[in-house]
Design a protein around this ligand. Structure first.
Ligand code: ATP
Length: 318
């Protein structure tokens, strides 16, 4: 149930669904952007983040709707005051200077000329005002695109992969900038395919996998899950794995719990000896079958997060 004390969202997307040439790339995606919060939009390449963002902004047709403070963007008299977006760098004439470009955009949305200069200072790019767009580095282009998104002084800021091409110093700058922006009672949506980056930037996170929302939670909660391990026991591990994959979960093979000498002895003919390890050779009724291996210890484990000599290591299903 919604928390009655929670402030109303500044943007609400509901049921976004999109097919490209008969292939579904977005299925019933819903999310909310709340004031004071930076919301991360996390997903692997091709998960559908850009498609969802473009639909939210009315740049791409499809099913579903997005309301900004209760109204569609088309119903706002000055949409640039409602939402500003930077979708993959600055798009303009390569021979135009940054200043000219921002002036042209400012004229288009009906804000005064001087606003460009003010905004450039705000994103730490005042010295780039005379540079031509075609000469900007990737990182500079990202900052100018953010400046452009801010020209209308929007309540909601949407940035698609803004850290592409940013060095660590600029990522820190972006974190501070988004924090300040949200602290002023505004909302941010920022997409990325990197969890570590999202952890630096976002308070909330919506995770997209193959066009579906698989998590919508606080960043702190997601980090706990992502950096911990979830152990699952099931009498039908193969079926469970299949279901997880069908629902868009990570592609995984069951990793049997490490065998003990007793497991090996119980499982059949092979005799467990010191300095040998058991190996999973198959599954019977959801339980691993163990076979003692001939490898001397230490054995290289199959899990990247364990040290080579770690005796707790399991073996992947062959
Ligand atoms: N115009 C288009 N025509 C056909 N397929 C498209 C089109 N745009 C996107 N797609 C497909 O839709 C899926 C989602 O793409 P999208 O760009 O939204 O993902 P993304 O999560 O933003 O990925 P990335 O991080 O790589 O930008 C991909 O399979 C992509 O190939």
């Amino acid at each position: 149930m919604a928390d009655p004390a929670a402030p109303s969202p500044l943007a609400t997307a509901r049921g976004l669904t999109k097919d490209f040439r008969g292939r579904r790339v977005l299925s019933d995606v819903s999310l909310q952007l709340s004031p004071h919060r930076v919301t991360g939009f996390l997903g692997a390449n091709g998960a559908g983040k850009t498609t969802a963002i473009r639909m939210m902004l009315g740049l791409l047709p499809g099913e579903g709707e997005t309301l900004f403070m209760g109204r569609s963007l088309a119903q706002w008299r000055a949409p640039a005051e409602v939402v500003g977006a930077a979708l993959g760098g600055v798009a303009g004439h390569p021979e135009h200077s940054v200043r000219t470009h921002l002036r042209m955009v400012a004229a288009g949305i009906g804000v005064p000329d001087e606003r460009g200069g003010e905004i450039l200072s705000r994103v730490g790019m005042q010295e780039a005002a005379r540079l031509r767009l075609g000469r900007l580095s990737l990182g500079m282009g990202q900052r100018v695109a953010i400046a452009q998104a801010l020209l209308g002084d929007p309540r909601v800021l949407i940035l698609d992969e803004p850290t592409n091409g940013l060095d660590p110093h600029s990522v820190r700058w972006l974190r501070g900038f988004l924090r300040d922006f949200a602290d002023g009672g505004r909302a941010v949506l920022v997409s990325s395919h990197q969890l570590a980056e999202m952890e630096q930037l976002a308070d909330e996170v919506v995770v997209l996998t193959r066009g579906r929302v698989v998590a919508d939670t606080s960043m702190a909660d997601l980090s706990k899950i992502a950096h911990g391990r979830v152990g699952v026991e099931s009498p039908a591990l193969d079926k469970l794995t299949q279901l997880v994959e069908q629902r868009g979960g990570p592609s995984s093979s069951p990793v049997p719990v490490p065998p003990t000498s007793q497991d090996c002895r119980d499982s059949g003919s092979e005799t467990w000896r010191p300095n040998t390890r058991c190996r999973c050779t198959g599954w019977t009724s959801g339980r691993p079958r163990w076979r003692s291996s001939t490898f001397p210890l230490p054995i290289r484990n199959t899990r990247a997060d364990e040290s080579p000599g770690d005796q707790r290591g399991g073996y992947r299903h062959p």
